[in-house]
Design a protein around this ligand. Structure first.
Ligand code: NI
Length: 180
């Protein structure tokens, strides 16, 4: 199965809100499987369709490092229906190279979504899974975690990124924290 190309900031596709999936049928399965493989290969704990240039509301997540695959989530049209408390989490993103920052999120969320098997489910989450769900749903709304930090920090990152791109270093692999 071919891996999908992960789009990187400032690719314009990352700013476009994704559209709800109107009909869940088998035609989505191959695409979702490619997303899963791309997420694991990256490696990352979450991936949203706009990150691979697809404008549909689909996300995949696996935040369980101990047992890869055991708690894999494939979610279609996910929505946060309840949230509670707040938490500051240091986030990184497969679409934002060489940068992490503290982001304020809800500490607990309840997310409603559809599975590829056409089942409507509700997921209650806290910790990394809660953060990852909010981060991926942000991607579906055309938002990156760097849109949730101060303008000064974002500008500093933009400048550093421009320098990396100019020096041809933007594609280098860098060890980093968990990528969402
Ligand atoms: Ni991300």
């Amino acid at each position: 199965m071919a891996l999908l190309r992960i789009r990187k900031f400032p690719d314009a596709v990352l700013k476009q809100p994704a559209k709800p999936v109107a009909e869940i049928d088998g035609r989505l399965d191959g695409f979702i499987e490619s997303m899963v493989q791309t997420m694991y290969a990256a490696p990352g704990v979450g991936l949203a369709a706009p990150q691979v240039g697809d404008p549909r509301r689909v996300i995949v997540l696996d935040t369980d490092h101990e047992n890869p695959g055991a708690h894999l989530l494939k979610l279609i049209n996910p929505e946060v229906v309840e949230s509670e408390g707040s938490v500051i989490w240091e986030e990184g993103c497969l679409s934002v190279i060489d940068f992490t920052a503290d982001v304020k999120r809800a500490a607990k969320v309840m997310v409603r979504a559809w599975t590829p098997e056409q089942k409507e489910i509700e997921i209650e989450a806290d910790g990394l899974l809660a953060v990852a769900l909010q981060h991926e749903i942000d991607h579906l709304d055309g938002k990156l975690f760097i849109d949730r930090i101060s303008r000064i920090k974002r500008e500093l990152y933009r400048r550093r990124l421009a320098k990396l791109i100019k020096e041809g270093k933007a594609d280098e692999q860098r060890p980093s924290r968990v990528q969402i």
